[in-house]
Write a protein that binds this ligand. Structure first.
Ligand code: NAD
Length: 294
């Protein structure tokens, strides 16, 4: 639930706008005729998995895409760039570690220099770890929070500063998780980073509403991606189940009876990046086939 705003903030951000009845600007009342018209988006961690599916889906929606990942994944990034170009959109690679603020700044600069004004920033990059809290070291905590939380904070800050400079609003979309809502087996610190992303998404939505910037997050459940291949292998080493069985065994916890594919998540991000979500902010949208009922 969004906390009540002080009246001063309300009057600045909401009450001063005429959002009711006949005073509504006509563009807010109708439906957009097309999803986007020549806009650009940055997607972090887009060499593979969910980020790649988001980059391709947003390209299909009409966005030009800045494809980010770590430099070590440059050949996969180049493949994604080429796939986007084959779809008839423009794309540029941007190698950056999202846990390093100057690199995030340089990435947005690369995007804007190559693709023009920025409209959407998808802070997707993340890492997972299979370890109980009692076994987690200082280095484990540091790396998980640096990538999954600091990386999202830096991404959101840089994107928001850029949107404010451009003066035409924008959409920030963060990678949360079903683990933002409840604990998952052997992922306590990962879950804490994702709960932090959900909290940040709510707070930033309040902070940036007056700039016409929406801030939302997506919360996948169990997605068939390279991340889950690693999780499955790590669980296999602990409980001895055959390869793939830990992943498959999650099905029984999902109401729709199947695990998901990256494209399931990309569909939600497509909505959050489109004008159809203009009146949605501060939300973390579960895309989990019915695992967490929030
Ligand atoms: P993945 O491991 O398959 O891909 C993540 C990508 O992020 C990789 O290409 C990796 O190189 C990149 N990356 C990692 N650290 C980076 C950094 N510091 N800077 C830039 N790029 C970096 O993971 P995925 O399954 O596609 O997950 C994408 C996001 O969705 C993550 O934030 C993850 O936590 C979240 N998520 C995934 C699942 C799932 O079941 N796979 C569930 C819930 C949430």
């Amino acid at each position: 639930m969004i906390p009540r705003l002080p009246t001063a903030v309300l009057s600045r951000s909401l009450l001063s706008r005429s959002l009711v009845g006949s005073s509504l600007p006509s563009r807010r009342r109708g439906f957009a005729t097309s999803k986007v018209a020549c806009k650009s988006a940055v997607v972090t961690g887009a060499a593979q998995g969910i980020g790649k599916a988001i980059a391709l889906r947003l390209a299909q929606d009409g966005f030009d895409i800045c494809v980010n990942d770590l430099e070590g994944n440059s050949s996969m990034v180049e493949d994604v760039v080429n796939e986007i170009k084959a779809l008839g959109r423009n794309a540029v690679p941007a190698y950056a570690d999202v846990s390093k603020l100057p690199q995030v700044e340089a990435m947005v600069e690369t995007s804007v220099n190559s693709l023009g004004p920025l409209n959407v920033f998808v802070a997707n990059a993340g890492i997972a770890q299979v370890k109980w809290t009692m076994d987690s070291t200082e280095a484990d905590l540091q790396r998980l929070f640096e990538v999954n939380f600091y990386g999202v904070v830096y991404s959101d800050q840089v994107a928001a500063r850029h949107f404010i400079k451009q003066g035409s609003g924008g959409k920030i979309i963060n990678a949360a998780s079903a683990a933002s809502f409840r604990p998952f087996l052997m992922a306590p610190i990962y879950g804490a980073t994702k709960a932090a992303v959900r909290s940040l998404t709510q707070s930033l939505a309040l902070e940036l509403a007056k700039e016409n910037i929406t801030v939302n997050a997506y919360a996948p459940g169990i997605v068939d991606s390279p991340m889950w291949e690693t999780i499955d292998e790590e669980l296999m080493a602990i409980n001895g189940l055959p390869k793939g069985e830990n992943f498959k065994s999650t099905k029984k916890t999902i109401a729709l009876g199947r695990t998901s594919v990256p494209e399931d998540v990309a569909k939600m991000v497509s909505f959050l990046a489109s004008p159809d979500s203009d009146y949605v902010t501060g939300q973390t949208m579960l895309v989990d086939g019915g695992m967490v009922f929030s």
